[in-house]
Write a protein that binds this ligand. Structure first.
Ligand code: GUN
Length: 298
């Protein structure tokens, strides 16, 4: 039976470290500042943004939230970003995605000063990540959280291990593959056109599932002893809990995989809590850089 990787506990440790470091920065005259921008009324985004702003306050940061109406124009959004870029009290800017359909995501993210791109989604950040300049960029929060969890299972490192990333999104699949490669794993990226996905999975010492399809990866695809990181958060009907009830599941058939894997993240309580913790870590890193201090390693 696999070891359960407790993302809530690891995230709490990260946040504790951020809070302690932030107190030191504040005492030295720099309060880390995070601005979170939400456009429109997507209910899931409202929940995410509120928890990011709240966690920033808990860390002792200067935390501001800008909630703009769904009909905000591209120029209005760019003007807000320009004012946040120019504000010395703000070290991190996060524009919650997805944006309403009339707004262009790439244009919007490109307007953020890369020095404040704590989401790691700017083209400059992506370029620095894929060229291995990790000390000069911000690593996207969910991929960074995945790596911290993998590091807990493999404190000796993952050099030479076979890593399979299922999914090639800009938010998770692509950056996590770059990070695994940077850590000297042998990395394969699988996607919807991949042939014989079960066969590929069976070779993976580290399996990262980020496809957004509920319980898609089956237990008998998992290599015995593998480390399984499930990034999926899928809501499915749960009639056993009562009419109209739902529950969250990952991209991996958890109970089956747990019987085979060496270590596995649950959903919820695995990768999810790490995303916000790593956003706090990135904001602290940005404030350290602005203050001319060496940022801590997370
Ligand atoms: N929407 C879902 N995940 C994310 C994320 O990590 N960053 C942003 N900006 N939007 C998201």
């Amino acid at each position: 039976m696999a070891e359960l990787i407790d993302g809530r506990a690891v995230a709490a440790e990260v946040v504790e470290k951020v809070t302690a470091q932030a107190a030191g920065l504040v005492a030295a005259g720099t309060t880390p500042g995070l601005a979170v921008v939400l456009v429109g009324e997507d209910p899931a985004s409202q929940v995410y943004v509120a928890s990011k702003s709240k966690k920033a306050k808990e860390c002792g940061f200067h935390s501001v939230q800008h909630t703009l109406p769904a009909e905000t124009s591209q120029d209005e959004l760019l003007a807000l970003i320009a004012s946040l870029n120019a504000d010395p009290a703000i070290h991190g800017i996060l524009v919650q995605l997805p944006l309403p359909g009339h707004l262009d995501e790439r244009t919007t993210i490109a307007a953020i000063d890369p020095a404040k791109d704590v989401d790691g989604l700017h083209d400059v950040s992506i370029g620095r990540l894929t060229s291995g300049q990790l000390g000069r960029t911000f690593v996207p929060c969910t991929p960074k959280g995945c790596m911290v969890l993998i590091g807990r299972v493999h404190p000796e490192g993952i050099a030479g291990l076979n890593a399979l990333v299922v999914g090639r999104s800009n938010l998770v699949g692509r950056p996590v593959a770059a990070l695994l490669q940077h850590a000297n794993a042998t990395v394969t990226v699988a996607h919807s056109r991949t042939r014989d996905l079960p066969g590929l999975c069976r070779h993976a010492d580290i399996l990262v599932a980020a496809i957004g399809r509920p319980e898609f990866i089956k237990g008998d695809w998992v290599k015995p002893g593998a480390t399984v990181i499930d990034v999926g958060i899928n809501r499915i009907p749960a009639p056993e809990k009562g009419e109209g009830k739902t529950r969250l599941v990952g991209d991996v058939a958890f109970e089956e995989a747990r019987a085979v894997a060496g270590a596995i993240t649950p959903v919820p309580g695995g990768v999810g809590p790490m995303t916000i913790a790593m956003l706090m870590a990135n904001t602290l890193t940005s404030a350290c850089r602005a203050a001319g201090r060496e940022p801590p390693v997370f």
